[in-house]
Design a protein around this ligand. Structure first.
Ligand SMILES: C[S@@+](CC[C@H](N)C(=O)[O-])C[C@H]1O[C@@H](n2cnc3c(N)ncnc32)[C@H](O)[C@@H]1O
Length: 264
């Protein structure tokens, strides 16, 4: 039972919003509480920081912060691809139409949406997210968000969301079963400062990526394993990725290319 969270609805909810909130509470093993006052009052009365509010837009209140699904840069990135540009991760990973992608750090799913557009209807994108509240926000958002761009909405609807740890998930996959495996872990050194600007950091798991996870990724990948990181964090070296060189930009990508390698 999660005692740090309650689930409720918007004021004057419809029957379906109540049912939705009750089901989410069950899934999260948290209490459903009928909406009787402001979220702030409910936080005080029930002694919780986190209140998940079901309504037209599913919103998590965590202390003073609000978190809800938004595709963020994915819309711009897909629009650029529609105009003929290539997306940097798509290009570096060697991803093609019909491929499969395992996004090991789904977060709010922006990268997964871009992958999903790149692989198209014939491809598969599976996103794994450890935090169960984030899973619900992203899963519901991907199902319902309307961006105004049909190709973005179609890409969002096709992303498959899995709850859990990427390491456990990968251990159950056969050798060479996924084309591209992708990691975008939290930048740990900035967690404290940016929590006020980036509410996703309230929920995100910030553990460092394990060498074992990269080993599993190399075992299951057919084309490439891609890591997004800060250039000089030392993570590329620690995890056995080629060190990229780039002057600007706070983060960059490095790729372990699998093609041509023997099955482990
Ligand atoms: C920087 S965010 C990813 C952002 C994402 N690429 C996007 O475009 O929205 C990293 C996410 O990975 C999740 N995460 C961290 N460790 C994980 C693990 N072992 N298994 C699954 N998810 C994990 C965190 O909870 C966090 O939501």
């Amino acid at each position: 039972m999660d005692r740090s969270l309650i689930v409720t609805t918007v004021p004057k909810p419809s029957d379906s919003e109540i049912l939705h909130a009750e089901n989410l509470a069950k899934e999260l093993q948290a209490d459903y509480v009928k909406r009787t006052s402001t979220v702030r009052k409910m936080q005080e009365t029930h002694g919780v920081r986190k209140v998940l509010v079901a309504g037209e837009r599913l919103t998590l209140h965590a202390g003073d912060q609000k978190l809800f699904f938004h595709p963020s840069m994915a819309v711009v990135r897909v629009k650029r691809m529609l105009l003929g540009d290539t997306d940097v991760i798509v290009e570096k990973s060697g991803l093609a139409r019909g491929d499969s992608v395992l996004d090991c750090t789904l977060g709010m799913g922006a990268d997964a949406i871009v992958f999903s557009h790149a692989v198209g209807k014939e491809g598969v994108v599976i996103g794994i997210e450890y935090n169960p509240i984030l899973v619900i926000l992203v899963r519901e958002g991907l199902k319902t968000w309307r961006s105004g761009v049909p190709e973005v909405d179609e890409a969002m609807r096709r992303v498959q969301v899995v709850t859990g740890s990427h390491l456990g998930y990968m251990r159950n996959l056969p050798d060479r079963s996924i084309d591209v495996v992708y990691f975008d872990p939290m930048f740990r050194e900035t967690v404290k400062e940016s929590i006020n600007f980036d509410p996703i950091r309230i929920l995100s798991v910030t553990d460092e990526l394990s060498v074992e996870a990269i080993g599993e990724a190399k075992r299951i990948a057919r084309k490439s394993v891609v890591l997004k990181e800060r250039m000089y964090s030392g993570e590329f070296q620690r995890l056995g990725f080629p060190q990229p060189y780039q002057r600007s930009s706070s983060f960059t990508y490095s790729v372990i290319s699998i093609q041509g390698e023997e099955s482990p």
